[in-house]
Write a protein that binds this ligand. Sequence first.
Ligand code: ATP
Ligand code: MG
Length: 402
Amino acid sequence: MIYDQILIRYGEISTKGKNRQFFVDKLRDHLRYILRDYEKIKIKANRDRAYIVLNGEDWEPIGNKLKKVFGIQSFSPVLKVDKDLNSVKESTRELFEKLHAENKTFKVSAKRADKDYPYTSDELNRLIGGHLLKHINGLSVDVHHPDLELRVEVRRDAVYLTCEVIKGAGGMPVNSAGKAMLMLSGGIDSPVAGYVSMKRGLEIEGVHFYSPPFTSVRSKEKVVDLAKKLAEISGRFTLHIVPFTEIQQTIQQSVPENYTMTITRRMMLRITDELRKKQKALAIVTGESLGQVASQTLESMFTINEVTNTPVLRPLIAMDKNEIIKIAEEIETLEISNRPYEDCCTIFTPAQPITKPKLDRAEAFEEREDYERLIEKAVKGVETLEIEAGKEPEQSLFENLF
Ligand code: ATP
Ligand code: MG
């Protein structure tokens, strides 16, 4: 055991003034949740910092989990020591011995949050540096590229020592910004849209449209696997699966081929909005990126969007496909999205979808059928999966689904 605590530095939370406590509480609750299997540790979060007291646990596996937690700017495994100068010096020597500092280069960076401490930062750098040079064989100073940078932070309660600063995921704590429904296909874009929205603190529930028997069991499995990846970030993830076959078939039979895509999307948005009301969410998130395909021209988005006043958030709108793929790789959804199983849109995609659909025409085509009834039926038939990070959803639900 080298370190006894992990010190967590907040990112943007620190700028939140009066609301800061709310964000700190969200982060603390989330940390407690994702680290719930570590029974010995203790998590404390105050206005400026959070601390995980390890009580004998190894910091590294916990550190790996922290890297994915939004709302953390950086973190360090630390040794908490008494403020008395001699004990600080001795502790730094012990720390360097444990880190096998012989024949390495180093520098000391001391910082005083407690301005009443009897030594200035410069004095501390010199005193501690001198002590280490005297006691560790072959150690030398390199202020530009040291092998070890010893950070000494003097705070009111104690002095904290560390040689590591690990970058956090940034963003805002999960579930600190309200709830939105994510339209989750099996493609590359929508899981990335979910991830970046979560990064801004949104609580996300997924909505997936499926059309058995035209789409296979495998394509559903794919979406559940994507949802599991998103669950790893938030801890839990709710996925609503909407039976969409009847609506898609009705559209195929009654709408001119080049408008089927537009009408399909309008139906999806209406149904998602119904689910949003039921789940008390305030927005809808999609993976659309401007001009990527026929349904994502501005004219298309306008005509599709007309079915609702609910804010439709499109976090990928200005991103290039390459940028989106890069994120998908980082969050390990790319490999899942690339599985070859088709989703309901791919199968029913017309050869030449219209790129500039007109609202009045779309509305006229919808007059031909009783979509209200079909939408109601689809909403009633929704299956909801509660996915918990690291756990398989209950088997019975799967039997129902496939
Ligand atoms: P993606 O990679 O996310 O599928 P895409 O580039 O394939 O996006 P489209 O197929 O046109 O684009 O879909 C645009 C958006 O519509 C998707 O990002 C997603 O939010 C939503 N969407 C498409 N198909 C479905 C589906 N079967 N279920 C739920 N949402 C869907
Ligand atoms: Mg798609």
